[in-house]
Design a protein around this ligand. Structure first.
Ligand code: HEC
Ligand code: HEC
Ligand code: HEC
Ligand code: HEC
Ligand code: HEC
Ligand code: HEC
Ligand code: HEC
Ligand code: HEC
Ligand code: HEC
Ligand code: HEC
Length: 325
């Protein structure tokens, strides 16, 4: 393709182009030459797209690049993809002098935009390039989200050059997240946990990694609504509600994993006694020895309060006022 045609195409593709040209680093070198050489102001895109790069970068390179051709980004038929546009340079910026075969002694190869970790790339620059194409309904809440504010790059989770992007595979996704969230990993390995470990659940079943309107990056507007997506029966409506349940499941449950059965944050009776006084409880009124034949604290044994108040999430029985049936 001729330079002119390519530049026309660039002009039509203003979003990324402007971004690419505004990148410190890429533009710095050319800016230095502004006075001497006008043509250098806009670093040239290559006229052969990916082929230019593949002369030097291939599967044997320190960073193998070819697997990208097996991803959605390389679908030439899909006009929205980088490879249907400026190919590698859509993301990495115009090649300019980077592609010259030999670099003068003592000089460094003109750098490309890169998103690696050595030295750390500016995640905001990278994210802007991705968001040029991916500013859709899934990323409405990206700006201001915990990950954006903490300068997490798209490529900290996504592997663009990999044939398989682990974070999109439910089973492998948690390991991507655990790289940074080690305490969450510990939680999921507790004896009672949501079965994330077995690939039955993924983090993204409950969390919106690109941001959400809820606290804690939850997938639904509230914590309870998030739980109801799978535990719909806990939503009710119940004839006899247990006040804390529609209020907040987390008053009794931890979301990830617990050392107590049922993902509880405390064991009954302590759990219940956070809110309910033992005093005046009928099982006490029955006599000094508690339940017939039992101990003074019969309700503390075994299933504890749940021995009798089994419908702790609410009851639909006409006489379920005390959540017993
Ligand atoms: C959709 C955007 C995108 C496209 C298109 C793309 N890359 Fe990349 N490239 C990245 C990202 C993001 C990284 C950082 C590593 C990762 O996450 O995979 C990267 C990393 C690299 C690296 C390693 C840089 C380092 O860390 O040392 C090279 C080299 C590279 N790409 C070359 C290419 C070549 C050659 C092509 C075309 C065949 C290409 N890229 C197409 C986004 C892209
Ligand atoms: C003539 C060989 C050659 C060509 C052509 C070439 N590169 Fe490179 N590229 C290199 C070398 C060598 C390095 C390693 C630079 C270093 O370590 O200083 C590199 C490094 C990179 C990096 C890592 C960041 C950096 O600047 O060090 C990226 C990204 C990259 N190239 C992308 C591309 C893309 C995209 C193309 C095509 C538009 C391309 N390269 C064409 C030789 C080439
Ligand atoms: C030139 C536009 C463009 C750019 C730039 C771009 N993408 Fe994409 N991306 C696409 C298109 C188009 C698809 C395919 C969407 C589809 O199939 O619905 C896609 C798909 C994806 C997917 C889904 C892949 C899959 O297998 O389902 C991910 C993840 C992704 N892009 C991340 C990124 C990241 C991260 C960056 C920045 C490094 C980036 N993209 C840059 C256009 C782009
Ligand atoms: C904290 C990890 C994380 C970060 C950071 C992240 N993603 Fe994702 N992304 C995911 C996960 C998990 C999925 C799959 C589940 C889903 O769709 O929510 C996904 C899915 C996608 C998809 C395919 C489905 C869709 O939502 O369209 C695209 C495209 C995408 N991400 C683009 C991006 C871009 C662009 C950025 C940077 C602005 C980014 N991601 C940052 C974790 C992340
Ligand atoms: C590159 C590191 C990194 C990766 C990978 C990562 N996160 Fe994060 N995450 C952070 C940082 C930094 C914060 C903000 C500080 C904090 O709360 O720890 C954060 C915050 C969060 C929060 C808490 C939000 C809040 O408001 O308290 C959730 C939930 C979360 N991440 C989920 C995920 C999920 C799910 C994945 C995998 C799909 C993931 N993260 C991958 C770094 C990362
Ligand atoms: C069953 C739903 C569910 C799953 C699955 C889940 N989370 Fe959470 N997560 C939550 C809830 C609920 C919160 C609390 C949100 C709040 O405080 O508002 C939370 C909070 C967090 C926080 C904030 C700090 C904390 O521990 O309170 C991080 C980080 C986090 N989750 C990461 C992850 C990661 C990583 C995965 C996958 C390995 C994951 N979560 C899977 C429901 C879930
Ligand atoms: C994406 C689906 C999904 C979401 C969302 C979800 N759960 Fe679960 N939950 C499960 C699955 C699957 C199990 C395991 C069921 C089994 O082992 O039979 C489970 C089990 C449980 C258990 C029983 C654990 C045990 O050891 O018996 C509790 C309690 C629980 N979830 C509470 C919650 C709470 C609270 C929320 C909201 C923060 C929530 N769940 C959100 C799917 C989900
Ligand atoms: C007042 C405390 C409390 C609140 C609030 C609460 N739970 Fe529970 N939940 C319990 C107790 C106690 C158990 C029984 C644990 C056992 O059997 O070992 C339990 C068990 C469960 C179970 C597993 C057994 C079953 O009944 O299916 C699920 C699922 C569950 N709760 C989901 C939820 C959801 C979703 C919410 C919020 C809508 C919620 N819980 C709110 C106390 C509570
Ligand atoms: C976060 C506080 C909280 C926790 C924890 C809690 N409850 Fe409740 N419970 C309440 C409130 C508030 C009511 C409604 C009281 C009212 O309407 O007067 C209630 C009502 C009840 C009732 C119905 C009787 C009545 O007065 O309406 C029973 C029975 C009950 N709780 C048992 C339990 C048991 C058993 C547990 C432990 C598994 C438990 N509660 C944990 C706050 C809590
Ligand atoms: C042996 C069965 C049994 C056990 C165990 C038990 N309860 Fe009860 N509870 C009852 C009965 C029966 C009533 C209804 C008394 C009435 O209607 O006069 C009741 C009523 C209540 C009420 C309603 C308010 C009140 O005082 O009338 C609350 C709250 C309550 N129990 C909480 C608890 C808690 C918390 C525990 C565990 C520490 C517990 N119960 C263990 C049988 C039991």
């Amino acid at each position: 393709m001729h330079d002119k045609a390519m530049l026309r195409r660039c002009a039509a593709f203003t979003g990324s182009l402007v971004m690419a040209l505004c990148m410190p680093g890429t533009v710095a070198d050319s800016r230095a030459q502004t006075d001497s050489d006008e043509a250098e102001v806009t670093r040239q895109y290559s006229d052969r797209g990916a082929d230019t790069c593949l002369k030097c970068h291939d599967e044997d390179s320190e960073f193998p690049v070819l697997s990208i051709f097996k991803t959605k980004h390389a679908q030439l038929a899909d006009k929205r993809t980088p490879f249907a546009q400026l190919q590698c340079e859509t993301c990495h910026g115009p090649v300019g002098e980077h592609g010259v075969r030999k670099v003068k002694k003592g000089e460094e190869r003109q750098p490309m935009l890169y998103f690696g970790a050595r030295p750390p790339a500016d995640p905001r620059e990278e994210n802007t390039i991705c968001l040029d194409c991916h500013r859709d309904r899934h990323r409405l809440a990206w700006h201001g989200s915990a990950h954006e504010t903490a300068d997490v790059a798209c490529s900290s989770c996504h592997k663009i050059h990999a044939m398989r992007d682990h974070v999109l595979t439910r089973r492998e996704q948690p390991n991507v997240c655990y790289r940074c969230h080690t305490e969450t990993r510990a939680a999921f390995y507790r004896p009672y946990a949501h079965p994330v470990r077995f690939g039955q659940l993924a983090c993204s079943d409950c969390h919106a990694p690109h941001g959400s309107i809820a606290t804690g990056l939850l997938a639904k507007p509230t914590l309870n609504q998030t739980c109801y997506t799978c535990h719909a029966e806990k939503r009710g409506p119940f004839l006899w509600e247990h006040a804390p349940v529609p209020e907040d499941c987390a008053l009794c449950h931890v979301p990830h994993g617990s050392v107590h059965p049922g993902l509880l944050n405390k064991r009954p009776p302590l759990l219940c006694q956070q809110c309910h006084s033992q005093l005046g409880h009928p099982s006490v009124a029955r006599g000094p020895s508690g339940l017939a034949g039992g101990t003074a604290s019969g309700f503390l044994l075994g299933g504890s309060c749940l021995n009798c108040h089994s419908q702790v999430h609410g009851s639909n029985h006409p006489s379920g006022v005390n959540l017993m049936r």
